[in-house]
Design a protein around this ligand. Structure first.
Ligand SMILES: O=C(CO)[C@H](O)[C@H](O)COP(=O)(O)O
Length: 228
């Protein structure tokens, strides 16, 4: 699993704090990434001790980990609402996030957006006054050039994400490609989100504007939980 940012202890404190919000009978959105993985492992231990939950994974990675941990799974064909979603972020400013470091943001946005409570698990390296991390944009393969042109017209600098241990680009769980779009400091995340959504061939972008309910920011000694 790819890890970025702060210490594993900080990520563990964040993930375990969010897992504590899960109660018997709940449907839980299972995000993607190294911080959420700690929440999934904690949920696995809770299931072992008798907690009755069903998880909705957001990626191949979170499905595999949840299965390994013995968490019963369901999907959005079977349930229409999710009680709590737990997911990581590449950067957060207030309640706005940039996600997609694991190229899973399209499914993450569906699951996190269907949740009554969306808990974001992060370490301190993810905090920013204003968002400035490159925004991952999932695109249909046939649209990668035209979308890149449109991103440049919006003032951004798109880079096709390459796979680390393969010659060629990252292919998402949905069979698409990812453009990482550098914009510097983003003045108005809501406006940029609307601009991305209007580009033909964009499947989903990694700006999660105003979706978060709580930020669980772990550090080496504990966790700071903030409602946003
Ligand atoms: O958006 C994501 C995957 O698409 C991840 O949640 C994000 O990249 C954070 O990952 P990590 O907890 O490993 O730093």
């Amino acid at each position: 699993m790819k890890t970025t940012g702060g210490s594993d202890e900080a990520k563990r404190n964040a993930g375990e704090s969010a897992a504590e919000a899960v109660e018997d009978g709940m449907v839980v959105g299972l995000g993607t990434g190294s911080t959420t993985a700690h929440a999934i492992r904690a949920l696995g231990r809770m299931v072992d001790s008798g907690l009755d939950v069903r998880g909705v994974p957001t990626s191949f990675q979170s499905r595999q980990l949840a299965q390994q941990e013995g968490i019963p799974l369901t999907d959005l064909d079977t349930v229409s609402r999710i009680d709590v979603a737990i997911d990581g972020a590449d950067q957060f400013a207030g309640g706005d996030l940039i996600k997609g470091g694991g190229a899973a943001h399209a499914r993450e946005k569906i699951v996190d957006g269907a949740a009554d409570r969306f808990l974001v698990v992060v370490d301190p390296s993810k905090a920013a006054e204003r968002l400035h991390h490159p925004v991952p944009v999932e695109v249909l393969p046939a649209a990668r050039t035209t979308v890149a042109d449109d991103v440049r017209r919006l003032g951004g600098n798109p880079t096709l994400r390459d796979a680390e241990r393969k010659d060629g680009p990252v292919v998402t769980d949905n069979g698409n490609l990812v453009l990482d779009c550098e914009f510097g400091e983003i003045d108005s995340p809501g406006d940029l989100a609307a601009d991305f959504s209007a580009i033909p061939g964009v499947v989903e972008h990694g700006l999660f504007v105003g979706m978060a309910d709580e930020i669980h920011a772990g550090n080496d000694d504990g966790v700071d939980v903030r409602r946003v």
